[in-house]
Design a protein around this ligand. Structure first.
Ligand code: SF4
Ligand code: SF4
Length: 374
C-alpha cells in the first residue's frame, strides 16, 4: 500500500448526522458521553454539516466537543451546501461563517462542498465556492478541503479534472452498494483513486440498514463469526479499502459507540476468510429486490405534497425484505398520518433531483401505491 493523505487518521469517524434525541431535541448529555468514549479510545475525527438538523448538529459539536476538549486534540469537518439552505452566492458563503460561529472551533480541519449531485454540482461554480474555500485555506481557517459526492464516475472525473487541488473526496461506500448500478460505489472509488485522492467513507452501514441486514446475510455473518456485530462487518469492509482517511459512522446511541469502538479502536483489515463472507453477503443481497433508500431525507423538504418518502420506502422494504406485510402496512398508515400518501404524488420531480441515490422516486411511489392501496 502506498503512502497517502490521511493514512494515519483513525479509521472510525464520528458522524454527527444522527445524534440521539430526547423529546425531539438532541440529547446533549448522551452526546457528551459518546464523545468522551470516542476520545478516550484515541479516535478524533468528527463530521458535521451546516444543514444537519437545522444547525443543531454543529451546535452540539460545540457543546459536547469544542467547549470541552483542547482544539488540537480532535479534528472537525463540516460542509457548505450551495443548493440547500442557500439561495444565492452571499447566503451560500455565509454558511461558512455561520458554521464557524455555531461550532466555535476557530478553524475547520476538513471543509467540504456538500453533496455534489448531477443536478446541482454546477451551483458551486456559479457561486464561486471553489475559490472561496481556497481563500479560507490561505487564511488558515480551513486546513484541508474536499467535497462529498453522489453522482456518476464521469461527473466525478469531470470535477476532479477541473479541481485537481481538492485534497479528498467523501463517497458512499458499503458492501451492499459496491456493485449497485445507482450508487456506483466501486466505480466512484476507483475514479477517485485514479485521480490520486484519499477518501472519507460515508454511509458504510447504509443508513443503518446493514446493522440489521436480511436474514440470509445474518446467517452468513453468524457462521463466519458469531461474536461480531453486523455493523462491524460493514464498517471494517469500508475501512479495509486502500486510500481511506476514515469511515464515518453516524452513531445514535451509546451502545452503537461501544460496539464500534470495540473493533475500530485497534482496527485490523478484513482477512481473506472475512472477505469471502462479505462476497457471499453481497451475492445474497443482490438476490433481494429492496428499495435502496438510505433515509437521508434530502427529498422531503421540497416535496409540495409533504409525502414522507423515506418512511414509505422503509414500510415497503419491511414487506419486501422481511415479508412482514401487516407491519409494513401499519408503518405506512402511521407514516402518512401527518403528510401525503404515495397516491398524492404529482410527479413534479423535485425529489428525484435531490436524491443522492438517483432513485426513481416517482415510479417507486407508484408501486408503493399499488401495494398499499392508495
Ligand atoms: S415527485 Fe411526488 S414525491 Fe417527489 S417531490 Fe414531487 S410530489 Fe413529492
Ligand atoms: S428517496 Fe433518496 S433522497 Fe429520499 S430519503 Fe431516500 S435516499 Fe434520501
Amino acid at each position: 500500500m502506498e503512502k497517502y493523505f490521511g493514512e494515519s487518521t483513525p479509521k472510525l469517524g464520528f458522524g454527527l448526522m444522527r445524534l440521539p434525541k430526547s423529546r425531539g431535541k438532541i440529547d446533549i448529555e448522551q452526546v457528551k458521553t459518546m464523545v468522551d468514549m470516542y476520545m478516550a479510545a484515541g479516535l478524533n475525527y468528527f463530521d458535521t454539516a451546516y444543514v444537519y438538523d437545522g444547525g443543531e448538529s454543529e451546535r452540539a459539536a460545540k457543546e459536547a466537543l469544542v467547549d470541552r476538549y483542547p482544539r488540537e486534540s480532535y479534528t472537525l469537518a463540516t460542509k457548505l451546501c450551495a443548493w440547500m439552505g442557500a439561495h444565492d452566492e452571499k447566503s451560500a458563503k455565509q454558511q461558512f461563517y455561520t458554521s464557524l460561529e455555531r461550532t466555535g472551533a476557530g478553524y475547520f480541519d476538513y471543509y467540504l462542498l456538500h453533496a455534489l449531485q448531477a443536478g446541482n454540482y454546477k451551483t458551486y461554480d456559479k457561486y464561486h465556492i471553489w475559490d472561496f474555500v481556497k481563500d479560507q485555506k490561505e487564511k488558515g481557517l480551513i486546513k484541508h478541503w474536499g467535497f462529498s459526492f453522489h453522482a456518476s464516475p464521469d461527473i466525478l472525473d469531470e470535477i476532479l479534472t477541473a479541481h485537481p487541488d481538492a485534497e479528498f473526496v467523501q463517497l458512499q461506500i458499503n458492501y451492499s452498494d459496491w456493485e449497485n448500478g445507482s450508487v456506483m460505489a466501486r466505480e466512484n472509488y476507483e475514479m477517485a483513486r485514479k485521480h490520486g485522492k484519499s477518501i472519507v467513507v460515508m454511509e458504510p452501514v447504509k443508513g443503518g440498514a446493514l446493522a440489521n441486514p436480511p436474514s440470509e446475510v445474518q446467517i452468513i455473518f453468524r457462521q463466519a463469526d458469531p461474536n461480531a456485530s453486523f455493523a462491524s462487518w460493514a464498517i471494517r469492509y469500508a475501512a479495509s479499502l486502500d486510500g481511506i482517511i476514515t469511515v464515518l459512522s453516524g452513531m445514535s446511541n451509546i451502545e452503537q459507540m461501544r460496539d464500534n469502538i470495540s473493533y475500530m479502536k485497534n482496527f485490523s483489515p478484513l482477512d481473506s476468510d472475512e472477505q469471502l463472507a462479505i462476497k457471499k453477503a453481497q451475492e445474497a443481497i443482490n438476490g433481494i429486490k429492496a428499495i435502496p433508500c438510505t433515509a437521508c431525507h434530502y427529498c422531503t423538504d421540497g416535496c409540495p405534497m409533504r409525502i414522507p418518502i423515506p418512511e414509505i420506502f422503509a414500510a415497503r422494504n419491511k414487506q419486501l425484505i422481511w415479508g412482514k406485510l401487516k407491519e409494513g402496512k401499519s408503518d405506512y398508515d402511521n407514516a402518512i398520518a401527518a403528510g401525503g400518501a404515495a397516491s398524492d404524488c404529482i410527479a413534479c420531480g423535485q425529489c428525484e433531483n435531490a436524491c443522492p441515490q438517483q432513485l426513481k422516486v416517482i415510479d417507486i411511489l407508484n408501486s408503493c401505491k399499488k401495494s398499499f392501496g392508495f
